[in-house]
Ligand binder design. Structure first.
Ligand SMILES: [Zn+2]
Length: 391
């Protein structure tokens, strides 16, 4: 279970909402993941709240760490091997190209009866007050607690209830009942709920955001909505989407996945969820080049992290209007007849405090040499000077 009241007061949700209203289901197509999309590793910090006497929840021992691990593994299994959507526009992308990281050192144990008691989960407003106060007590002012991940509170007192702070936010989410389920050897129900709540953190709304009879708009045209989606619990005619109420919570549509990657690339200025991604994009990886295929015209309106080189094949054009992060030592390779166009909002940068190498021209002496159109000020952290073409 989860709650949707009171969430629109948050700025980044507002941005998401504005996009939905005014952009008519903004097109995030360029972020639909493919097998070439670098996997985004998302850091999770779990706060296990025991009672004051240290009982009532997972313990900091090997046996219980194994049980917690099973929840994370189950979520990773789901996102790496998604199920075909039962409803909506049925189009299967198997691998979401996201994974969740939660090693032993990312799990915190607190003895605090107040934090343990999530009977309040049935009252979403009160549960928010509690969650905010736990944030102040255990996260905000404690420098030893990392801030670069999604903070998850595990309390008890209700079964399968949760709420996320906001759409596109890493601040906190709570989940009640994970331990109760683990005692019954059930790790998949907590995993399904946790994945749903993380879905909100990653930018997703419920596919039927306004319950019947009001058809909702979650900003995606390919998700199952009412009346097709009756939100029944289990079976082929029921939704199996992660962002609905159902037994499986094992499907995500291309639009939902593109939205997730749009958020994780830091495109929503009011949101911080992109800061939960492990910065493995700071390290150059030659197996993860970003390619614009021969003869293609590709447009990028948003931000993008590139993990390897940016390669424009022969006679291809890449029009950029967002910021591109180039990793340390990487190059932009321009083949003959290719063109990289830096539009008004385009920037080529390195956000990791390193330098990237510059442009390499293939077929340099031919008259059909690749070119870059833009201005010097749009490029930073580059070792070599870039030669621009005036157009
Ligand atoms: Zn929800």
């Amino acid at each position: 279970m989860h709650f949707k009241k009171n969430i629109f007061i948050y700025l980044c949700i507002l941005f998401s909402f504005i996009q939905i209203i005014f952009a008519q289901n903004a097109n995030y197509d360029e972020y639909i993941p493919s097998t070439n999309t670098p996997i985004k590793n998302i850091k999770l910090y779990i706060h296990v709240f025991n009672k004051d006497d240290g009982t009532g929840n997972f313990q900091n021992n090997e046996t219980d760490h194994e049980k917690i691990k099973r929840v994370i593994i189950h979520m990773n299994d789901v996102v790496s091997n998604l199920t075909k959507p039962n409803l909506g526009i049925v189009n299967l992308i198997k691998d979401a190209r996201i994974r969740f990281l939660c090693d032993k050192g990312m799990i915190f144990f607190h003895n605090d009866s107040y934090g343990h008691d999530f009977t309040v989960a049935k009252n979403p407003s009160l549960a928010r007050v509690k969650s905010d106060s736990l944030y102040r007590k255990y996260i905000q002012f404690d420098n030893s607690v990392p801030k670069d991940g999604i903070h998850i509170y595990w309390g008890e007192g209700q079964k399968h209830m949760g709420q996320a702070y906001g759409i596109g936010s890493k601040k906190w989410l709570y989940q009640a009942g994970a331990y109760q389920s683990a005692k019954e050897n059930n790790h998949w129900d907590p995993a399904a709920l946790l994945l749903h709540e993380i879905g909100h953190c990653l930018g997703l709304l419920h596919t039927t955001e306004y319950n019947p009879p009001r058809p909702g708009n979650d900003g995606c045209d390919d998700t199952p909505t009412w009346p097709e989606n009756t939100a029944c619990w289990n079976g082929d005619s029921c939704t199996n989407n992660v962002m609905d109420y159902n037994a499986c919570r094992c499907a995500l549509t291309p639009c939902q996945l593109s939205k997730i990657h749009w958020y994780l690339n830091g495109n929503n200025k009011g949101c911080d969820i992109h800061l939960s991604v492990k910065k493995d994009w700071c390290e150059f990886d030659s197996t993860k080049n970003y390619l614009v295929s021969e003869g293609d015209l590709k447009r990028l309106e948003w931000n993008l992290k590139i993990y390897g080189n940016l390669i424009l094949e022969k006679n291809s054009t890449f029009e950029v209007n967002g910021s591109i992060n180039m990793p340390k030592g990487s190059k932009i390779i321009l083949n003959q007849g290719s063109k990289l166009v830096l539009k008004k909002n385009a920037k080529i940068i390195n956000e990791c405090g390193d330098q990237w190498s510059g442009i390499e021209y293939i077929g340099k002496n031919g008259k059909n040499k690749g070119k870059i159109v833009g201005e010097q000020k749009q490029i930073s952290n580059c070792i070599n000077k870039i030669e621009f073409c005036l157009e």
